[in-house]
Design a protein around this ligand. Structure first.
Ligand code: BES
Ligand code: MN
Ligand code: ZN
Length: 488
């Protein structure tokens, strides 16, 4: 699907679906909706509002067939004008797009009319929403998903708004496609997606310089913790390092790390079937940083960005790492393996150490790290922790603007008590209680003094059931926040 803008009246663009909108409680629509209402002899004011009692409540969608023209008119409820936000445009557009059967859609530039929001932002939100709404993982279905929209056109006659909206569409397309690419990667079967193929994907699609290190090279770098996790699998681990450098001198240097367990069986501490079922999603962090780099290569911010993925598979086998093993990590800090299923933090320990050597201004890791975070926050918000309060607050704010919610979890030192080991510097896990924070404390020990943010997306990366926005399976969470944080 292509999203475009045309400097024409919505009535002069050929289409089979027209989308207009209505704020809650409005009886006689103004703006472009008013123009459409008049052109169709008051069908919206007299019929949809008066007779059908369409109230314009946020998220309510009224579809009206126009048999003479052979098309449909969609009136989207924007809710109360005072409560309207750009993020609502994204979710609403996604919802509308999911319900549409046509091939050519023309839409009003929601939010840029009576609401007076920035046309660029509005267009970006529509674009991201439309791309999210059309997403389907139907690669392995003989019968493809029904949504047939080929063209989605925003109509805007005002020259200034048109120009701004055009920029918004560009950013929205880059962002929305990055989210969908992450979803594709995460949804992909682990039969085909393992460290080597993930690395190949990054080389071909990250859009930036990508170096892949194999087992021998990883060993030379002293990343024994990372290697230990992957040693039970027939697939060799790969360390993926992507880098973007701006043409001008960079204003800041950011390192992002994505947890890249291409399948988490739990290792010898094998997961029960129900927990293992969706564990191909355990590389959601990796997918997020790879597709973020692709977007960065196109948006060209003036920041130097490094993305790191320590990709491996956590499997039980004769060669697997074992509970009770002691591993010497890259930093020299030794880890007693208490549970082989707490593998993400073990790989991240070395990835964090690797990232710190690059001397970035900040390190951000994103990981489907703990079931405990999922229990705490559900699929509604992701967890956030770190060693720098100011940077955490800043990230939360930026993420909110990108329409993603993060909730800070505590890092009280006591959460680390259960990690104390008799035989090594630390255990990789202690008890089940406060598990997300304990994992955060564990990670913090592998960073010396670089500002660091840890994002736990265990509960938000993958939805087993369709949510209110109609999203199921991989969500692509984190991509929008990372892109916005890096390009701000
Ligand atoms: N990949 C899992 C965390 C996870 C759980 C992600 C549910 C997505 C959904 C992680 O590697 C894991 O297994 N964590 C264990 C840690 C425990 C053994 C301390 C957990 O959370 O149960
Ligand atoms: Mn695990
Ligand atoms: Zn895992």
């Amino acid at each position: 699907m292509k999203i475009k803008i045309e400097k024409k009246s919505i009535l002069d663009i050929e289409s089979d679906v027209i989308i207009v909108n209505l704020f809650e409680g409005v009886k006689i629509p103004g703006g472009v909706t008013g123009i459409v209402d008049k052109a169709y002899k008051g069908i919206i004011s007299n019929y949809v509002i008066k007779q059908e009692k369409f109230d314009g409540k946020y998220g309510n969608i009224y579809t009206l067939p126009l048999p003479k023209e052979g098309k449909k008119l969609i009136i989207a409820g924007l809710g109360k004008q005072k409560e309207f936000t750009p993020e609502k445009i994204r979710d609403l557009t996604a919802k509308i797009v999911r319900s549409i059967k046509g091939t050519k859609v023309v839409s009003i530039l929601h939010g840029a009319g009576i609401a007076g929001l920035c046309p660029k932002t509005c267009a970006q939100m529509i674009t991201e929403g439309a791309l999210s709404g059309i997403y389907a993982f139907d690669k392995y279905k003989s019968e493809k998903t029904k949504n047939q929209i080929k063209e989605f056109i925003i109509a805007e006659i005002d020259d200034k708004k048109y120009k701004l909206a055009k920029e918004g569409i560009t950013i929205g397309t880059i962002t929305g496609e990055a989210v969908n690419q992450a979803r594709d990667l995460i949804n992909e079967s682990s039969q085909y997606l393992y460290p080597e193929t993930l690395a190949d994907y990054a080389v071909k699609n990250s859009g930036v310089k990508t170096t892949v290190y194999d087992k021998t090279q990883i060993k030379k770098m002293g990343m024994n913790a990372f290697l230990a996790v992957g040693q039970g699998s027939i697939h060799e681990p790969k360390l993926i390092h992507m880098e973007y450098k701006p043409e001008k001198k960079a204003k800041k240097k950011i390192a992002i790390i994505g947890k890249g367990i291409t399948f988490d069986a739990g290792g010898l501490d094998l997961k029960p079937p129900a927990s293992m079922l969706t564990m191909r999603d355990d590389m959601s962090g990796a997918a997020a940083v790879i597709t973020t780099m692709k977007a960065i290569s196109e948006l060209k911010p003036d920041a130097e960005v490094h993305a790191i993925v320590a990709a491996c598979e956590n499997m039980p086998s004769g060669s697997a790492y074992k509970p009770g093993d002691v591993i010497i990590s890259k930093t020299g800090r030794t880890i007693e393996i208490d549970n082989t299923d707490a593998e993400g933090r073990v790989t991240l320990a070395d990835a964090l150490a690797y990232a710190e050597e690059l001397k970035p201004d900040i390190i951000i890791d994103i990981a489907t790290l703990t079931g405990a975070c999922m229990v705490a926050l559900g699929s509604v918000a992701s967890g956030i922790m770190g060693n720098n309060e100011e940077k955490i607050k800043d990230f939360i704010e930026v993420a909110n603007k990108a329409g993603e919610r993060f909730w800070q979890l505590p890092m009280f030192e006591e959460y680390g008590d259960s990690l104390k080991s008799d035989i090594a510097d630390t255990k990789n896990t202690g008890g089940r209680m406060g598990g997300a924070s304990a994992a955060g404390i564990f990670l913090s020990k592998f960073i010396k003094n670089t500002p660091w943010i840890h994002l736990d997306i265990a509960g938000t990366a993958f939805l087993e059931q369709t949510n209110s926005e109609g999203v199921r399976n991989a969500t692509g969470v984190g991509v929008r926040s990372l892109i916005k944080y890096i390009t701000q």
